[in-house]
Design a binder for this molecule. Structure first.
Ligand SMILES: NC(=O)c1ccc[n+]([C@@H]2O[C@H](COP(=O)([O-])OP(=O)(O)OC[C@H]3O[C@@H](n4cnc5c(N)ncnc54)[C@H](O)[C@@H]3O)[C@@H](O)[C@H]2O)c1
Length: 407
């Protein structure tokens, strides 16, 4: 455990570590309790659920299916794990239902969110209700428990604002920071918080509540401030999930719109590496509770938008059609995560490089192309994806048939 984590490790962490080692809160009548994943039907949640279920754990997915396409992730998981997966179609704004789910959980991963900056600009109150109020509901549900399950909250790099203070020099494909520390390590958790956009505010406030509930109420909570995550089961669209969105558009030979000059740099992290980080955080509670960690691909896995397009062109062996539009307000020209704090706390580092990650995402897009098309159409119509064809091996029922709590 690193010194900072040790210093910050709260009473809650120490208490919870004891509980974990003697199996107290995690077990009822000798059975391990299920892991609760809010937003578990989504891209990251379904990948996490898959890893847990594959290792024999029980999982409750709590999701309102508001993201077009995610029903398909549920069908995939239900076809593989009919006996150990429970699905609760519900909303994090509904405190009572959330409380019941929390009371049964050994561990909570909180992923449910309004995820798009663009949507937050159109409807800031809705964005606040889901992201801030929904997270506060969850924290309050935890606070009522005799042995509160540990909670990991998925925050975002957007809490650091547009990082306008970073000095950058452009080259032909990307912006480069002049600060050699930023260039070699990335942006650390010491960076000043500076919420931009309603989404930045709603997630940022939730992030602060989650940390404060560890401090004030001794709850075993942790925050991941995540950069750009990509991989299979991501129904990327123009508003969120840009790597998958670019690749889906390129595969379909449709134009990609780049907002700004395309030299913006991000560190990208393959979803399986993120899932490994989630599980390491769960195994190392004393080192992580009460802490926020920047999580991303780090300096070894950076790409600009233009460089990603170049990779896709080489991968597909044809040029991509590009349109350019004005840069989106608050967009960070350069963001790369410094993941040193989490590495020192748990030993984690990403294993999947960009080339391998893109190949695996490409494979999933090819095998899902018909279903992806439906999801994209539903997104354009701003509607949930209803009555999609069943996945092979899954049941043929529609959305109505998976409402309520089910195995
Ligand atoms: N994907 C990324 O690159 C990235 C980066 C930083 C942070 N995050 C955060 O990670 C989390 C998961 O992101 P994702 O990429 O898997 O997104 P996603 O949209 O695929 O998953 C979110 C899930 O939450 C569900 N949901 C939305 N509102 C809900 C509500 N009110 N009640 C219950 N369920 C609700 C959606 O139906 C969806 O299944 C989000 O909190 C997001 O802000 C993601």
């Amino acid at each position: 455990m690193n010194e900072a984590a040790n210093r910050n490790g709260s009473k809650a962490a120490r208490k919870n570590n004891k509980t974990e080692s003697n199996g107290g809160s995690a077990r009822t009548n000798g059975h391990r309790r299920p892991v609760l994943i809010t937003g578990g039907a989504g891209f990251i949640g379904s990948n996490l659920a898959h890893r847990l279920l594959a290792s024999g754990e029980r999982v409750i997915i709590f999701d309102n299916l508001s993201r077009p396409g995610v029903e398909l992730n549920l069908r995939w998981l239900r076809s593989l794990y009919p006996n150990t997966l429970e699905v609760q179609i519900a909303d994090v704004r509904d405190f009572r239902t959330l409380l019941t789910a929390v009371s049964r959980a050994s561990h909570v991963f909180h992923l449910a969110a309004q995820v798009a900056v663009t949507t937050s600009l159109k409807d800031p109150i809705f964005d606040f209700e889901v992201n801030t109020r929904g997270t506060l509901n969850l924290l309050e549900a935890l606070r009522t428990q005799k042995n509160p399950p540990p909670l990991l909250f998925t925050s975002t790099n957007k809490v650091y604002g547009d990082l306008a203070h970073l000095e950058l020099t452009p080259d032909s494909t990307r912006y480069c920071p002049t600060d050699t520390g930023i260039l070699s390590r990335g942006v650390s958790e010491e960076t000043q918080l500076d919420f931009h956009s309603p989404y930045g505010c709603s997630k940022g406030i939730a992030d602060q509540y989650v940390l404060d509930y560890a401090r004030t109420f001794d709850l075993p909570t942790t925050v991941f401030r995540m950069s750009c995550i990509y991989g299979p089961h991501q129904f990327g669209n123009e508003d969120q999930g840009w790597v998958a969105h670019f690749l889906i558009r390129a595969v379909n030979e449709e134009p990609i719109t780049i907002y700004g000059d395309g030299r913006q740099v991000r560190d990208v992290l393959f979803v399986e590496d993120l899932v490994s980080a989630f599980l390491l955080a769960r195994e190392n509670l004393p080192a992580v509770v009460g802490n926020a960690f920047n999580i991303g691909g780090g300096p070894a896995n950076t790409t600009s938008l233009l460089e990603l397009v170049g990779r896709l062109e080489r991968m597909l062996n044809r040029p991509c059609k590009l349109d350019f539009d004005t840069i989106r307000r608050g967009d960070q020209p350069y963001y790369v995560s410094d993941t040193t704090k989490f590495r020192e706390a748990t030993g984690w580092s990403p294993e999947v490089g960009i080339r391998e990650g893109l190949d695996r995402l490409h494979g999933w897009i090819l095998e899902s192309s018909g279903r992806l098309l439906l999801a994209v159409t539903a997104h354009q119509a701003s509607q949930p994806l209803l009555n999609v064809p069943a996945l092979s091996g899954g049941s043929s029922d529609g959305r109505a048939a998976i409402s309520g709590v089910r195995k």
